[in-house]
Ligand binder design. Structure first.
Ligand SMILES: [Zn+2]
Length: 275
């Protein structure tokens, strides 16, 4: 797809990085939802920042019925605006689901491909207020994107939360396992699947945290997660790809990792229901 990038100049006259319109992501998703019976483009979350109105795009993917109540999973990308591979990975995953809907059998997927729209446009980690949004959750943040996403997290009572990121300090794929005990058992097959495309980071310390086989159990404060009082805890996975790797490999790795998580969790739920 060709894209008209805008260049802009800051107030002091210094050139800025090229801007990247949000529709580089929303246009292909609109095209898919226009012909899909499974992908629904919801009205975007609208918020004000620095005197301008912005849209936070939201989608639903309804998989084929699985017998029980749909399992509700939220997938969040682009919390850091300069990690565009995460947003495009979610687009690629939607394309995969569209070609093969049974991947989402039994699921209702709440999809947020660009959680930091101004950072995405500016190609910056932070939002246009200069905040790292992934340190602001459940800390009485006044950032409008956080308020919006917190209300989504509270409203949808998700069974699982998956965040997609890229890391410019990592040579391989890895993940954080938080929330429910099942989470690390979901990460194992996810990393194995991603490992078909990119190496897994097996270092003993990753991102300053102790890690084992590419899995970290610790966490920064304020990352995107379920409301603190939620019981039982949903599973909470953060997947990270090496930022320097070719983008198509990062997208492929994340898409197959997502598929592996859905497969594994569906089996877990089926097993639990038969106990
Ligand atoms: Zn990130």
């Amino acid at each position: 797809m060709t894209t008209a990038y805008q260049t802009s100049t800051s107030r002091d006259g210094a050139p800025r990085l090229p801007r990247r319109p949000l529709d580089t992501i929303t246009a292909p998703l609109a095209e898919i939802s226009g012909r899909s019976s499974s992908l629904i483009a919801c009205p975007p979350g609208r918020f004000e920042l620095a005197g301008q109105t912005h849209d936070l795009p939201r989608y639903l993917f309804l998989g084929p019925a699985g017998g029980a109540d749909p399992i509700r999973i939220g997938i969040f990308a682009g919390v850091h605006g300069d990690e565009r591979a995460s947003s495009f990975a979610l687009l690629r995953f939607v394309q995969l689901l569209e070609e093969n809907p049974p991947i989402a059998r039994g699921y209702c997927l709440f999809l947020y491909p660009v959680c930091n729209p101004t950072g995405y446009e500016d190609n910056t980690r932070h939002n246009r207020n200069g905040k790292d949004l992934n340190r602001e959750f459940w800390r009485n943040s006044r950032q409008p994107e956080i308020r919006l996403l917190e209300s989504e997290l509270a409203a949808h009572a998700l069974n699982g939360i998956i965040s997609l990121h890229t890391d410019d300090t990592s040579h391989g794929v890895y993940g954080y396992a938080h929330g429910a005990v099942i989470t690390r058992h979901l990460l194992v097959p996810a990393l194995a699947a991603a490992g078909e495309f990119l190496p897994v980071n097996k270092d003993g310390v990753i991102d300053g945290f102790r890690a084992r086989d590419g899995i970290i159990r610790d966490s920064f404060e304020g990352v995107l997660r379920a409301p603190p009082a939620t019981k039982p805890r949903p599973f909470e996975v953060i997947l990270e790809t090496p930022h320097q790797a070719p983008q198509y490999l990062q997208e492929a790795a994340l898409a197959v990792a997502l598929r592996a998580i859905l497969d594994e969790y569906r089996q877990f739920i089926a097993y639990a229901q038969n106990l």
